[in-house]
Design a protein around this ligand. Structure first.
Ligand SMILES: Nc1ncnc2c1ncn2[C@@H]1O[C@H](COP(=O)(O)OP(=O)(O)OP(=O)(O)O)[C@@H](O)[C@H]1O
Ligand SMILES: [Mg+2]
Length: 287
């Protein structure tokens, strides 16, 4: 029987069920871009995101994370009896979220490239002149942003984040983010895939800091194919950049209501997400 319990919080993409000290994060097939959710769903997306995230959490098991259970049949009742949850949900430790998105960029793309062209900076960090769109940065760059419940997330300087969180928490978040990015990027590179950028979230459980939310999914990361990558363009991607590029062309002002998505684009996104899951799975199954 397919039923669906009412979530306590509906994120843009995930439905969150609050179990007191635990959460169930359930990935829907919804798609968002520029912080706006579209009316159309991308078939299979929720399960793919959930699976990609679980694969990466397993790979980075040395870094403490929020996962308790990935098998929905072992969730507490009534969730274990609901056919909607398997494959798209995880049971996690509920943490006090640290309200920063820990963004790491290995390449100059998207909003960061736009900002660089205008100001010569990325998230208040000065970087050398002369980069072209999508070019690899000399070093991966940590460009944090605040997590705003209302409106768009905003870039912050490292100094602001450090003043706010203290040196040791700041350094832990920055170093852990850069380490995960670099390891994941080099692992994917063996499979002909470029990890352009990604973002992490962390939370406190008591005094401990855990990696939370989703990990290296096509919603939180930009994945490119080496074969179609080139500098000076926005390369075709395995993620919602396809959707962002389409939207930029429509001239939509990025405020609700969103435009309808053509079926061809929905199919293309669905295919790309599927392909990416296969790549990540085969990449991480090799020792
Ligand atoms: N272990 C955790 N403890 C507490 N909160 C968590 C944990 N893991 C994820 N979250 C939060 O659960 C929500 C998941 O929903 P989703 O990502 O769809 O929301 P969203 O609309 O993207 O909002 P946000 O911009 O806050 O991420 C996010 O707010 C995320 O920060
Ligand atoms: Mg989110």
């Amino acid at each position: 029987m397919k039923m669906k319990l009412m979530p306590d919080y509906t994120g843009k993409v995930r439905d969150v069920y609050d179990l007191g000290d635990k959460l169930i994060l359930c990935s829907s097939d919804r798609v968002s871009a520029f912080d706006v959710v579209f009316s159309e769903c991308i078939p299979g997306k929720g399960k793919i995101l959930n699976s990609v995230s679980a694969l990466w959490f397993e790979y980075f098991h040395g870094i403490k994370n929020h996962l308790i259970e990935t098998d929905a049949r072992k969730f507490p009742p009534p969730f274990c009896d609901d056919d909607y949850f398997p494959g798209r949900s995880v049971l996690v430790k509920k943490c006090k979220r640290i309200d920063y998105e820990c963004v790491v960029r290995g390449y100059l793309s998207g909003s960061a490239f736009k900002e660089y062209k205008k100001t010569g900076q990325i998230a208040f960090a000065d970087i050398r002149t002369g980069y072209r769109e999508s070019e690899k940065l000399d070093e991966p760059l940590f460009t944090p942003a605040t997590k705003n419940d209302i409106g768009h997330d905003e870039n912050v300087s490292e100094k602001t984040m450090k003043d706010n969180l203290g040196d040791s928490v700041f350094s832990f978040l920055k170093e852990t983010s850069l380490k995960i990015y670099s390891e994941a990027a080099s692992k994917l590179s063996e499979k002909g895939v470029i990890l352009c950028d990604t973002k992490f979230e962390f939370g406190f459980l008591g005094d401990e800091i855990l990696l939370i939310d989703e990990l290296l999914t096509p919603d939180s990361s930009r994945y490119w194919d080496k074969e179609t990558y080139s500098v000076g363009i926005s390369p075709p991607s395995y993620d919602k950049q396809i959707l962002r590029d389409y939207l930029e062309k429509t001239g939509w002002d990025k405020n609700p209501p969103p435009p309808n998505l053509p079926q061809d684009l929905i199919n293309e996104l669905s295919l790309k997400y599927n392909k990416l899951e296969g790549i990540v799975r085969s990449c991480l199954s090799e020792k």
